[in-house]
Design a protein. Structure first.
Length: 115
C-alpha cells in the first residue's frame, strides 16, 4: 500500500505560482506512474500531468508550458510547479500513484486562483 499526502495548495492571484507536493509513505522507485489530477466544482476529475518511473512526462494541453511535474525519488515525493496560474486552474488537485493492478489517491489540496 501507498499513502499519498498532498500539500502546497492555497489562494493565489492570477499570474502567480504555486508548488504542490505529493509525499508517498514508501519508496516511489517501483511505482510505475505518478500523476496529478484536478476536479473543479461541478466538473469531472481530469488529468493534469504525469511522470513514469522511466521519466516519461505528459501534460494536459491546458497546462503545457505553465506547469512542470517532477519527482524526487530520494524524498519519495512528486512535485507540480504551477506558473502563470489562471482562474480556470481553480480546483482540488489530487495526486495519484499507479503500480501494477493498484491505484492510490491522495486526499487532495485546494488551489484557488483569483482574477
Amino acid at each position: 500500500q501507498v499513502q499519498l499526502v498532498e500539500s502546497g495548495g492555497g489562494l493565489v492571484q492570477a499570474g502567480g505560482s504555486l508548488r504542490l507536493s505529493c509525499a508517498a509513505s514508501r519508496s516511489i522507485l517501483s511505482i510505475n506512474f505518478m500523476g496529478w489530477y484536478r476536479q473543479a466544482p461541478g466538473k469531472q476529475r481530469e488529468f493534469v500531468a504525469g511522470i513514469s518511473s522511466g521519466g516519461s512526462i505528459n501534460y494536459a494541453d491546458s497546462v503545457k508550458g505553465r506547469f512542470t511535474i517532477s519527482r524526487d525519488n530520494a524524498k519519495n515525493t512528486v512535485y507540480l510547479q504551477m506558473n502563470s496560474l489562471k482562474p480556470e486552474d481553480t480546483a482540488v488537485y489530487y495526486c495519484r500513484a499507479a503500480t501494477g493492478p493498484y491505484d492510490y489517491w491522495g486526499q487532495g489540496t485546494q488551489v484557488t486562483v483569483s482574477s
